[in-house]
Design a protein around this ligand. Structure first.
Ligand code: SF4
Ligand code: SF4
Length: 194
């Protein structure tokens, strides 16, 4: 069985997670902590205790807003934001996702759109995402119609210049990833390979 804790320690900067002094500055700085099952400080403590699966089954990493407050304020130069991203990646790749949290599915459709065209096609993303969540789709229909009438949802998918270069760049990032480790290219979209 894959040792998820060792995978996290092996990531660039991952060995720093061992240096956490559990001061709680990250938790006190986090704007999302009120909806997290585990605060950033607790996430680090659980990871160090080998309880990565416990964390991945909770909503903690998926409600991280990537604001970097925890990273900026940590007195030990640890990067909890990177840990949150890495945990999203591991959760996605190992099918360890919390029930009722749709963020991973949303990231997947968003990343697929960007990787295909170099830019996001909002209408396509919402359509693909909501196909997997029909009840949510019904609830969001009025918002979608309003956005459409206000010209915020383009029907024709945009295509950025340099898509070929983007594809080559992502391919190179995958090829340079250490054996058995997720590539940085797959961090895009919560680590969901698309
Ligand atoms: S701020 Fe840094 S040292 Fe303090 S609990 Fe958070 S990660 Fe650990
Ligand atoms: S990056 Fe995530 S975990 Fe860190 S303070 Fe912001 S929301 Fe909280």
């Amino acid at each position: 069985m894959v040792d998820l804790t060792e995978q996290l320690y092996a990531l660039p900067g991952g060995d720093k997670f061992k240096l956490c002094i559990q001061c709680g500055t990250c938790a006190a700085s986090c704007p999302s902590v009120f909806v997290m099952r585990y605060s950033p400080r607790q996430v680090i403590a659980l990871v160090r205790a080998g309880m990565v699966r416990e964390v991945l089954r909770s909503n903690a990493v998926w409600v991280c807003a990537s604001c970097y407050m925890c990273t900026v304020r940590c007195p030990c130069d640890i990067q909890p934001t990177e840990l949150m991203h890495a945990l999203q990646m591991l959760g996605s790749q190992n099918g360890l996702l919390p029930d009722g949290v749709a963020v991973a599915a949303f990231y997947r459709t968003f990343a697929a759109s960007v990787k295909a065209r170099g830019r996001v096609h909002e209408l396509g993303v919402m359509f693909r995402f909501l196909l997997t969540r029909p009840r949510k789709a019904l609830r969001m229909l009025p918002v979608g119609i309003s956005l459409f009438w206000h010209g915020r949802l383009r029907v024709r998918p945009p295509r950025a210049a340099g898509v070929k270069e983007l594809t080559a760049m992502l391919k190179a990032l995958r090829e340079e990833a250490p054996a058995g480790m997720p590539a940085r290219a797959d961090v895009v979209g919560g680590g969901v390979r698309v």
